[in-house]
Design a protein around this ligand. Structure first.
Ligand code: XBP
Ligand code: MG
Length: 268
């Protein structure tokens, strides 16, 4: 097999977690006496800023600076504390087990391992959030599921910078052109492409209308035997299931050609 590893994004890709993140932000704002309630439309806009701490700072500085300064201090120094509390809240929600993995995720991970591929994670969110999600959905520690994880707290530049994918490749010991990324968003797509990794996109509820040009393939989800994916763009049959053998053929078909037709356009 030319393919040696599959690297998964977490939020929106392994599971539709962004609603739980959004609720955790909103509940934590209320606890702190901040009159901020992010509805779906606003949250979609704010997702352009990856990283929860960075997202709060962006909102505080650009949407309600007076209130932010009153509650969080002149230098907004309490944002880290606020984000920490939000993360605890998010983990309690996820631990309840109400956010399932998306179709085909558990199957593809299992098939990849059976085929001798390495399986990794490249995510903007932090390690404990991934650990809780994997324990709640697969009933075992993330360290038993993934050969390597690259998480937000380990890099200084989050997606769409390439750092998380570069780190994941390094930890897996796999060259960029022998890996495939599975992502849900344009920021994730850019991050992987800039690290030289071809990308399969399964858009999530928040990212379906983003510009996903340059993905190797865009499909509705990874597919299950009784729930085939729908093809949206790029490589792929009209419907079906993503398997390691299929990804391997796509990598061969791609043949290491330049990944981006145009230079990346960034959200911010
Ligand atoms: C996900 C994110 C994260 C979550 C919130 O991006 O941007 O910030 O929304 O998680 P991706 P944290 O799926 O591209 O990695 O609050 O833990 O940052
Ligand atoms: Mg994502």
């Amino acid at each position: 097999m030319a393919l040696k590893a599959i690297i998964f994004d977490v939020d929106g890709t392994l599971a539709e977690t962004e609603e739980a993140h959004r609720m955790a932000f909103n509940e934590e704002f209320a606890t702190w006496g901040l009159p901020w309630q992010w509805d779906r439309d606003l949250y979609k806009e704010l997702l352009a800023i990856t990283g929860g701490r960075e997202r709060i700072r962006h909102y505080a500085e650009n949407y309600d600076a007076p209130k932010a300064r009153e509650v969080l201090g002149d230098q907004l120094e309490k944002i880290t504390e606020l984000h920490k509390a939000k993360s605890q809240r998010y983990m309690r929600m996820i631990a309840e087990g109400n956010v399932p993995l998306r179709p085909g995720v558990a199957r593809l991970i299992e098939e990849a391992k059976t085929a001798g591929l390495k399986v990794g994670v490249a995510t903007t969110t932090s390690t404990p959030n991934v650990e809780v999600l994997i324990q709640a959905t697969l009933g075992k520690p993330a360290s038993e599921v993934f050969d390597a994880m690259a998480c937000g707290e380990e890099v200084s530049a989050k997606k769409p910078a390439p750092d998380l994918y570069t780190l994941a490749l390094e930890k897996l010991g796999v060259p960029h052109d022998e890996a495939v990324a599975v992502e849900d968003s344009r920021n994730g797509l850019m991050s992987a492409l800039r690290a030289g990794v071809p990308v399969i996109i399964t858009p999530s509820s928040y990212t379906a209308d983003e510009d996903l040009t340059d993905a190797l393939s865009v499909i509705s989800h990874l597919g299950e035997p009784d729930q085939p994916y729908e093809h949206i763009a790029g490589f792929g049959f009209a419907s079906g299931m993503i398997t390691p053998a299929l990804l391997d053929r796509w990598i061969e078909g791609w043949g290491g050609r330049p990944l981006m037709k145009e230079p990346p356009r960034l959200h911010s």
